[in-house]
Design a protein around this ligand. Structure first.
Ligand SMILES: Nc1ncnc2c1ncn2[C@@H]1O[C@H](COP(=O)(O)OP(=O)(O)OP(=O)(O)O)[C@@H](O)[C@H]1O
Ligand SMILES: Cc1ncsc1CCO
Ligand SMILES: [Mg+2]
Length: 273
């Protein structure tokens, strides 16, 4: 299946998000809260940064999807993430795990491995994060939030993590990779300058949660659509931007204004395996 066959699905997913405005609970890092919320709002979804464990029993039953990102994890936050993930999974609600900077410490790696046990629908990381989480990295390799691997170097790790966890695994980068362990799809939208804005990867993962909310039975397709839409918004934004700060603004505006003709002509998705 090539771009043409995917593109109508991408547009259908975006219009469903705009129409249904899914409620997405986000337990994300301090750096990303603003951009994640604004990305979700400009796509038509409804973000709620509800992160206290005390609120999970009341709030999580009402959400349409959950997004968990460990970018600024502390021991206080982990119980909220686990409680929300456990309840979401129990209630059949899709949830996305972003193992941001997973290899920066043993604490964070252990926390992410425990979260993987709670059955995320999708795990979205950059190349280095997916390699580390799948156990493919050599020991002692310590990384921050940025990737030191191309997404394509993480394909085997992504497939193996998808098979062992049951999640769809998405790797962001120059080509976004999405796999369920059998199929491997490449999303070729996006622009290099998006790496120079902090939390674009977190925002992409939050957007994946909104797309899952409107098509929970097809997590691979929903993830591919979200990645393509976010990439197209970045491409259009770059045409108007002078650098990362204005790209951040124009990306949000472009996501808000995306129309059918633009989506259908810009989607670049291929089957890689
Ligand atoms: N070289 C590139 N060319 C095109 N698009 C890119 C490139 N690098 C990253 N992107 C896009 O930028 C967005 C963020 O991906 P990236 O892999 O940089 O996330 P990340 O490392 O998780 O970021 P963060 O942790 O800061 O949120 C994605 O939409 C991705 O497709
Ligand atoms: C810079 C940074 N540090 C921890 S999380 C984060 C945002 C991108 O993941
Ligand atoms: Mg990230």
């Amino acid at each position: 299946m090539e771009s043409k066959e995917w593109s109508s699905g991408v547009w259908t997913h975006l219009t469903a998000v705009r129409r249904q405005s899914p409620l997405v609970q986000c337990i994300t890092n301090f750096v990303s809260m603003d951009l994640v919320a604004n990305t979700l709002l400009s796509a038509g979804a409804s973000p709620a940064m509800v992160h206290s464990v005390a609120e999970v029993p009341d709030f999580t039953p009402h959400i349409h999807a959950l997004f968990v990102n460990v970018g600024t994890l502390t021991p206080d936050w982990l119980p909220s993430m686990k409680a929300a993930a456990e309840l979401a999974a129990q209630l059949g609600k899709p949830w996305v795990l972003d193992p941001a900077a997973v290899s920066c410490s043993g604490f964070r790696l252990k926390a992410c491995l425990e979260l993987v046990e709670l059955k995320p629908s999708v795990i979205k990381g950059n190349g280095s994060e997916i390699i580390a989480l799948s156990g493919s990295a050599s020991q002692g390799q310590t990384k921050g939030a940025d990737s030191s691997h191309e997404s394509t170097e993480a394909i085997e790790a992504a497939k193996s993590l998808a098979l062992s966890s049951g999640a769809v695994v998405a790797v962001s980068g120059a080509v976004d990779i999405v796999t369920d362990g059998k199929r491997v799809i490449g999303v070729h939208n996006g622009t290099k300058m998006m790496q120079r804005i902090t939390a674009t990867g977190c925002s992409l993962a939050g957007l994946v949660a909104a797309f899952l909310a409107v098509d929970p039975l097809q997590p691979l397709e929903a993830t591919v659509s979200a990645m393509s839409v976010f990439g197209i918004a970045g491409e259009l934004g770059e045409e108007l931007a002078n650098g990362p700060a204005s790209l951040r603004m124009h990306l949000i505006d472009s996501l808000y204004g995306l129309d059918e003709t633009t989506v259908l002509s810009r989607v670049r998705i291929t089957r890689l395996g």
